[in-house]
Write a protein that binds this ligand. Structure first.
Ligand SMILES: C[S@@+](CC[C@H](N)C(=O)[O-])C[C@H]1O[C@@H](n2cnc3c(N)ncnc32)[C@H](O)[C@@H]1O
Length: 469
C-alpha cells in the first residue's frame, strides 16, 4: 500500500506488473529465453570464478546458467516476487531487490555485467551504473529487441499493442536495436570495443493456452490488461497463437534480438616510475611489449602482476619461456588439475611463495580449498594415487635431480602414465623450476592483490618465501 508521506518510487511499482504472476513467468516465459542467455554467456567467455552481475535479472534463469559455468553470481531486480524465485534457484548468489539506476555495489565490483532486455534507451542512468560497477577491462553483454518487422515471430508481440497509446509510444522510445543506436548508447556511456552480436531468440509453447498464459505473465502485458482487461487480452492472444499452431509441433515465434558486447576502458598509467618494481631491479624504458603486458594484466585481472613488471624488460623472452611450458603441457596432455598438483609441489619444495599462492588458488578451483592447501603443505592424504605420484615426483626433481631412481619413474608408470607423459611431466616441472628460480632470485614478490583474493586456507598454508607486496 502506498503511504502519502513516502510515495513509491517509479521502480517500486514495477512488481505490480512483473511480479503478479511470477511463477508463471519463471516457468512458462523465461525458459524460452535460454538460447539468448547461453549464447551471450559464450560470447562474453564467462568462466570459473568470474564475478557476474545480471541487471534486471527477473526470475534469475540467466544467473543460474552463469553459476553452472562456475561464475560467482550477483543479481538485481525491482520485483521482489521475481527475486524470490531467483534466490530459490541460486541460493549462493547475492540477489537484491532494487533500482538498476542506483546499483547497491561499490565501483569496480564485477568482471562481467549482463542485462537481458533490462536496460533500454530510456534508462541512460542504468548503463552508467553498469559501467561504474565493472572493473576496468570488465565486459558487458546487453540484449534488446532487434528488427521486429522482419521477425517471423513478430505476431507474438502484437497483443502488447493493446496498451494505451502512451505506453505503446514509450515502448517504441525504449528501442535501440536499429543500426548504430545501441552502439552509440554504449559509446556515449563510456564503453569501448562495442560490437553488435547475433543472439538467437525464440518463444516456444506447447499449445495456444500455454502461449497466452505465458504472455499474460509479463510486465508489458499488464499495461495492455489495464486497458482491455485480462479476459480480452487472453482471448486475443489465444486466438493469435491458435492461428500460428501446427499439428504436432510447438508454437514457435522467432524474434529478432540485438545483442551488444563491450568493455570498460582500462587506464594503464603511462608513467609508473614511482611505483615499486616488486623485485630487486629498477625500472626500464617502456616498450610496446612491456606496455602490452601491463594492459593485458589490467584487462584480465584488474592489476599489473609483479612478474610482468620483472619480465617487461624482455617480454619476448617471457613469451618464449611460456611457449616452452605450453609445449610440455601439450606433449603430456596435462590437465589443469595435474598442472596444479605439479606446480604446488614444485614451488613449495623450492620455497617459492609466488607460484605456490598463484597455483594454490588455481588448484583450489579445480578441487577444493583443503585439497590445495594439503598439496601445498606436502600432506598427500587427500590426494588420489595419480596426484600423489605427480607431487612426489615434482618434489624429487626439485630436491635432487641426481638422486632420482628407476623405481621413482616406475611409480609414475604404476599409476598409468606412459613414458611419453613422464617425459612431458618432467620437462614441465623442470621448465617451471627454471622460471621460479629466476623470479625468486631477483626478489619478485607475490602480488598483494592476488593474495587478498585467495581463500584463507591457501594463504595460511604458504609459510615460506617472499611476502606479498
Ligand atoms: C523484460 S524483463 C527481463 C527480465 C530478465 N532479464 C529476463 O531475461 O527474463 C525486465 C525486467 O526488468 C525489471 N525492472 C524494470 N525496471 C527496473 C528497475 N528500475 N530496476 C531494476 N529492475 C527493473 C523487471 O522487474 C523485469 O524483471
Amino acid at each position: 500500500m502506498q503511504d502519502d508521506d513516502f510515495p513509491m518510487e517509479q521502480w517500486e511499482m514495477v512488481d505490480e506488473g512483473w511480479g503478479r504472476l511470477a511463477a508463471d513467468f519463471a516457468t512458462m516465459r523465461e525458459p524460452s529465453n535460454m538460447r539468448e542467455y547461453v549464447s551471450m554467456h559464450h560470447l562474453l567467455g564467462i568462466d570459473e570464478g568470474d564475478r557476474v552481475l545480471d541487471v534486471a535479472c527477473g526470475a534469475g534463469l540467466a544467473l543460474e546458467l552463469a553459476g553452472l559455468l562456475g561464475a560467482e553470481c550477483f543479481g538485481l531486480d525491482a520485483s521482489p516476487r521475481l527475486v524470490d524465485i531467483a534466490r530459490m534457484r541460486t541460493p549462493t548468489a547475492d540477489i537484491r531487490v532494487g533500482d538498476m539506476n542506483a546499483l547497491p555495489w561499490p565501483d569496480a565490483s564485477f568482471d562481467v555485467v549482463t542485462s537481458f532486455r533490462g536496460i533500454w534507451a530510456t534508462t541512460p542512468t542504468a548503463i552508467v551504473e553498469a559501467l561504474r560497477v565493472l572493473r576496468p577491462g570488465g565486459r558487458i553483454g546487453l540484449t534488446v529487441w532487434g528488427h521486429l518487422k522482419v521477425s517471423s515471430g513478430a505476431w507474438a508481440l502484437q497483443p502488447l499493442r493493446l496498451a494505451s497509446e502512451q505506453d505503446v509510444s514509450h515502448q517504441a522510445e525504449m528501442q535501440m536495436g536499429r543500426p548504430g543506436v545501441g552502439e552509440r548508447f554504449l559509446l556515449d556511456a563510456g564503453f569501448v570495443d562495442v560490437q553488435r552480436v547475433v543472439v538467437p531468440f525464440a518463444w516456444e509453447s506447447a499449445d495456444p493456452e500455454q502461449f497466452a498464459r505465458a504472455l499474460v505473465s509479463t510486465g508489458p502485458a499488464f499495461e495492455a490488461i489495464k486497458e482491455v482487461g485480462e479476459q480480452e487480452f487472453y482471448e486475443q492472444t489465444f486466438a493469435l497463437a491458435r492461428a500460428h499452431a501446427h499439428d504436432g509441433l510447438p508454437i514457435r515465434a522467432e524474434i529478432d534480438v540485438a545483442g551488444f558486447i563491450a568493455r570498460k576502458p582500462v587506464e594503464v598509467p603511462t608513467s609508473y616510475e614511482d611505483e615499486p618494481t616488486g623485485n630487486f631491479l629498477g625500472w626500464y624504458p617502456p616498450s610496446a611489449g612491456s606496455e602490452k603486458l601491463r594492459r593485458d594484466d589490467v584487462e584480465g585481472e584488474g592489476f599489473v602482476w609483479n612478474v610482468s613488471r620483472l619480465w617487461g624488460r624482455a617480454p619476448e623472452s617471457l613469451e618464449h619461456i611460456a611457449g616452452v611450458m605450453d609445449d610440455a603441457v601439450k606433449l603430456g596432455n596435462l590437465t589443469m588439475r595435474q598442472r596444479g598438483v605439479l606446480i604446488t609441489a614444485m614451488a613449495s619444495e623450492l620455497g617459492d611463495s609466488y607460484c605456490s599462492l598463484a597455483w594454490g588458488g588455481k588448484l583450489a578451483k579445480q578441487t577444493d580449498d583443503e585439497f590445495s592447501a594439503a598439496a601445498l603443505r606436502g600432506d598427500d592424504t587427500p590426494l588420489e594415487p595419480a596426484d600423489r605420484a605427480l607431487a612426489e615426483w615434482a618434489r624429487a626433481v626439485v630436491r635432487d635431480p641426481n638422486a632420482t631412481t628407476p623405481q621413482d619413474v616406475a611409480r609414475l608408470r604404476d599409476v598409468g602414465f606412459t613414458d611419453d607423459q613422464i617425459f612431458a611431466i618432467t620437462f614441465y616441472v623442470a621448465m617451471r623450476l627454471a622460471f621460479s628460480t629466476f623470479n625468486d632470485a631477483l626478489g619478485t614478490q607475490p602480488d598483494a592483490k592476488l593474495f587478498a583474493r585467495l581463500p584463507e586456507r591457501i594463504r595460511e598454508a604458504v609459510t615460506w618465501g617472499r611476502s606479498p607486496l
